[in-house]
Design a protein around this ligand. Structure first.
Ligand SMILES: CC(C)(COP(=O)(O)OP(=O)(O)OC[C@H]1O[C@@H](n2cnc3c(N)ncnc32)[C@H](O)[C@@H]1OP(=O)(O)O)[C@@H](O)C(=O)NCCC(=O)NCCS
Length: 168
């Protein structure tokens, strides 16, 4: 399994893997491939990692800047993250997420937030934090992983590419 940044010619394969991964997800409105495309178009796809197996894209993780109380504080949001359905539960998602987080750290990021199932994301060190708020989802699904001692407080917003008022 090779994990690296996306290449130009992999955009369609990333959209395909993302669409397939989210196809039957109850919490999804199937807009994830469009979100990635909009982030890319806006120059806001800060980190876009692919998992490559025998030349095929089998997984993908996107990271983009978030604001906290309307300010860029060097924090990022993880997502969408996808693994092709026939390759799930083989550790690929974990590899992509760990690589992404260590790359953000290396770039001097303050931390990362994620909206998702705590049962999955806690293993990477994500945790709930009442002081870092996301208003459009129940608070138990919103988690943060800080790389710095002084964790900022405030309302988190994703890039407008996620759609909606405050972003999803
Ligand atoms: C979530 C996802 C990216 C994880 O990738 P993966 O390669 O399957 O995950 P890994 O192999 O690294 O980890 C597998 C472990 O995570 C658990 N897991 C996977 N998805 C989970 C989920 N949504 N909730 C809770 N646990 C989950 C599995 O139970 C497994 O744990 P186990 O080994 O103890 O049984 C992948 O399942 C996926 O694409 N899902 C559909 C899209 C999606 O929901 N994306 C995340 C949106 S927040």
């Amino acid at each position: 399994m090779l994990i690296r940044e996306e290449l130009l010619q992999e955009h369609a394969a990333i959209a395909d893997v993302t669409a397939k991964a989210f196809a039957n997800m109850e919490h999804s409105d199937q807009t994830e491939p469009a979100i990635i495309a909009r982030l890319r178009e806006a120059g806001a796809l800060s980190l876009s990692l692919v998992g490559i197996d025998r030349g095929d894209v089998v997984g993908h993780a996107a990271f983009s800047s978030v604001t906290i109380d309307e300010a860029d504080q060097g924090w990022f949001g993880l997502g969408p993250v996808s693994v092709r359905p026939d390759r799930q539960r083989q550790g690929i998602g974990g590899l992509l997420i760990r690589r992404g987080l260590s790359e953000l750290r290396a770039r001097g990021a303050g931390g990362c937030v994620v909206l998702g199932d705590p049962a999955y994301y806690q293993r990477f060190g994500f945790e709930n934090d009442e002081a870092l708020r996301y208003v459009d989802a129940p608070s138990q699904f919103f988690m943060r992983l800080s790389f710095v001692d002084k964790v900022p407080a405030g309302r988190v917003r994703y890039h407008p590419a996620f759609g909606g008022d405050s972003g999803q």
